[in-house]
Design a protein around this ligand. Structure first.
Ligand code: VG1
Ligand code: CO
Length: 544
């Protein structure tokens, strides 16, 4: 094998965001762009010689091309073995599972998650470490620093490999195993859930199911596990064929983008459980018959019930949620006498808590839920949790959630996104909010009195690392909150996210409309942020 040392010059914009480096395909396609970033990861790793790495992606446009490049750079950097999902495919949670199960040193996941795919759309790359989770900030900062000064990368001058044939091959000295992308993950799921019970409920028709894969990575996983192994009726998994452009859609499981599923669930033909997942399979949306479960509620309900599922009979050690996620899970933790941690947005912040066995379950308002079984959020796992739960409790999704509200109260919750805002305008909005923070506590706005206002700062309880400026939070005396932050996953302009929540103890008021219940808070958010006025947008682009 001939190793080439190619001269290159740095790109200034390779700073990983909330979840890896995401850019337009056109940006990634510039000569040396991907190569620089991958070599920077190897340089930051130090010594990858002889180590095993995992490689796979969500199958979006440019996935295969990028994989071939990474294989060659890995070989030139002395990697001992690569485990690659057949066809270049691995869902994000499956990649995490494979890294852990095969005791790999880490892995590259190629995905821009819920962002659209195609020649004019997005691509992404992320490095996960030995625990199977996203690299912590210290590492991504080191990669970024390296990318700013890189002058050379190493690449093997070898032909492309066959990504589609299972089995072992060699690229120079490096061993490459093309593995089934589903089987390790499916085995793990079987171990966590009561497959016998779920299967008999599905086969008897007492539970019916529709899972929308949105033409993304979970198609093959959901078909194998839900239809082949558990016996859900053929066709229960829809949009199951992964496509490079996700069929032109936005592979984001929410009521706006998973509209085919949403329509079904609000129709007379609604199955008992509706679910969807995103581009790379780590997000989930849960619905019941004429019922939408907010991700924050889903986390809280799972926290209160997960001991009913075989993999979690020992109960929870603790729970965690990202800062903007509603406080519903906090109430469950308090009732159970366990700790609830509040972390910045992004799954990488849960890794230490999981590794240190401080928590078992964690989640984000952005349709992400997961547990200590892997180190990523896990879409299909969440769906199996709910399937198992409705089978054990023999209740509908809506009844389980309503009963939960009666016991703990309801946290009305919504996120308003302003996408495609000019970066300087978005930064101006955040600066304007930050300026007001010192003067806000004690101020009264109608029935809302500010009890605290700050810019979220997180000190990791395990390694003491500090992350600053993670979002502006304003809390009120009645327990309501609003949070403002800028997205770290977009590739065009800026996205302002406004998170709103209001707690309601009285069950007589639990049936109210969410946006109506939040209307005063929504107006107050505008007064404080001037988001509409400054962006010139009449309303949010997406409301979840
Ligand atoms: C968004 C979500 C965040 C999530 C991240 C990655 O980040 O808000 O909760 O962890 O996406 O999700 P941001 O910075 O745009 O708000 V995914 O499915 O990419 O991997
Ligand atoms: Co995702």
């Amino acid at each position: 094998m001939k190793t080439e040392f190619r001269t290159t010059s740095p790109f200034p914009d390779q700073k990983p965001g909330t979840s890896g480096l995401r850019k337009k395909v056109k940006v990634f396609r510039q000569p040396n762009y991907l190569e620089n970033f991958v070599q920077s990861v190897f340089d930051a790793l130090g010594d990858a010689a002889g180590k095993t790495l995992v490689l796979g992606g969500d199958g979006r446009y440019f996935n295969r091309e990028a994989l071939q490049i990474i294989v060659k750079i890995a070989a030139a950097n002395g990697v001992g073995r690569l485990l690659i999902g057949q066809g270049g495919l691995l869902s994000t949670p499956a990649a995490s599972c494979v890294i852990r199960k095969h005791k790999a040193h880490g892995g590259f996941i190629l995905s821009a998650s819920h962002n659209p795919g195609g020649p004019d759309e997005d691509f992404g790359i992320k490095y996960n470490v030995t625990n199977g989770g996203p690299a912590p900030e210290a590492f991504t900062n080191a990669v970024y620093a390296r990318s700013r000064e890189i002058t050379e990368y190493r690449i093997a001058n070898v032909p492309d490999i066959d990504l589609d044939r299972l089995g072992e091959i060699k690229v120079g000295e490096m061993a490459v195993s093309i593995i089934d992308p589903v089987s390790d993950y499916a085995a793990l799921m079987e171990h966590l859930f009561d497959f016998k019970l779920i299967s008999s409920s599905l086969k008897s028709g007492s539970i019916t199911l529709c899972f929308d894969s949105m033409h993304a990575i979970t198609g093959p996983y959901a078909r194998r596990i839900l239809e082949d192994e558990l016996g859900a009726a053929a066709g229960s998994v829809i949009n199951a064929e992964p496509l490079e452009d996700f069929g032109g859609g936005h592979p984001d499981p929410n009521l706006v983008h998973a509209h085919e599923l949403a329509e079904l669930m609000y129709s007379a033909k609604s199955p008992s459980l509706g679910a969807a997942s995103d581009g790379d399979g780590d997000r989930n949306m849960i619905m019941g018959d004429h019922f939408f479960v907010t991700p924050s509620d889903s986390l809280a309900v799972l926290a209160a019930n997960i001991h009913l599922l075989p993999g979690y009979h020992d109960g929870l050690r603790g729970v965690a949620r990202s800062m903007p996620t509603s406080q519903a899970v906090d109430r469950v933790a308090r009732a159970m006498g366990i700790e609830c941690y509040e972390t910045p947005t992004g799954w990488k912040f849960f890794g230490n808590l999981l590794d240190d066995r401080k928590i078992t379950l964690c989640g984000e308002e952005s349709f992400g839920t997961g547990s200590d079984h892997v180190r990523e959020k896990d879409g299909l796992w969440a769906v199996l949790c709910w399937l198992n739960l409705i089978a054990v409790r023999k209740q509908s999704v809506a009844d389980i959630v309503r009963e939960h509200w009666r016991r703990f109260g309801r946290d009305f919750y919504s996120r308003h996104d302003y996408e495609g805002v000019e970066t300087s305008v978005a930064e101006g909005i955040m600066a304007h909010l930050r300026e007001q923070l010192p003067g806000l506590p004690g101020k009264q706005f109608g029935e809302y009195t500010v009890s605290y206002a700050d810019d979220f700062r997180y000190e990791d309880p395990v390694d003491g690392s500090i992350s600053e400026k993670q979002g502006v939070r304003i809390g009120f005396e009645n327990g309501s909150r609003m949070v403002f932050r800028l997205s770290g996953t977009g590739t065009e302009g800026a996205t302002l996210r406004i998170y709103l929540e209001r707690y309601e103890r009285d069950p007589a008021l639990h049936g109210q409309d969410t946006q109506e219940t939040l209307s005063e808070l929504i107006a107050l958010a505008e007064t404080l942020s001037e988001a509409k006025r400054r962006s010139g947008m009449a309303k949010p682009t997406v409301i979840t």
